[in-house]
Design a protein around this ligand. Structure first.
Ligand code: SF4
Ligand code: SF4
Length: 151
């Protein structure tokens, strides 16, 4: 069973630019697909990959730099974090860390944030801003819902 890691007030993070997450398949929204053009693998709704030293990496990575850094997809911005509505944990029967930060904001349900503990940047740097992660995640979900609603 996978043990989920929840963001708490003491969770620190600083990206070490290891590029590990640039091998993952980030789910792109319609806007991102339109904007990234030929760099998109439309079948899987993610960025195209190419082989580098035996691993597949995003074709938009040059050395250890993202060539579209200022305009990178939302899920690249929030990694290693993602915000999830609190109700989904209850529905799935998943226990929540009692120290998990709960984000409650007018107009949205309560959210909790989980993270990929294999990211080398976890535990370094400054405490993470949960509000910013929630905002970006909701924006991504809205863009994805927009795509689903139109079908
Ligand atoms: S895996 Fe973590 S530390 Fe490495 S580039 Fe991605 S976010 Fe930064
Ligand atoms: S778009 Fe940039 S940050 Fe996102 S996976 Fe590709 S190279 Fe990495």
């Amino acid at each position: 069973m996978v043990e989920l890691k929840f963001l708490t007030h003491s969770t620190k993070f600083r990206c070490r630019r290891c590029t590990r997450c640039c091998s993952l398949d980030v789910m792109l929204s319609d806007q991102e697909i339109g904007r990234l053009g030929a760099a998109v693998d439309r079948r899987w709704r993610t960025t195209r990959k190419s082989s580098r030293n035996g691993r597949m990496v995003c074709s938009l990575l040059d050395g250890d730099c993202c060539t579209i850094y200022d305009k990178r997809p939302i899920l690249c911005r929030v990694f290693p974090f993602i915000a999830i509505p609190e109700s989904e944990f209850a529905e799935a029967g998943i226990g929540v860390d009692p120290d998990a930060v709960k984000i409650t904001r007018a107009g949205t349900e309560a959210y909790l944030i989980i993270y990929d503990s294999d990211c080398p940047g976890i535990g370094e740097g400054d405490p993470t801003d949960p509000g910013a992660i929630q905002e970006l995640t909701i924006r991504h979900l809205r863009e994805m819902s927009h795509r689903i609603d139109r079908r």
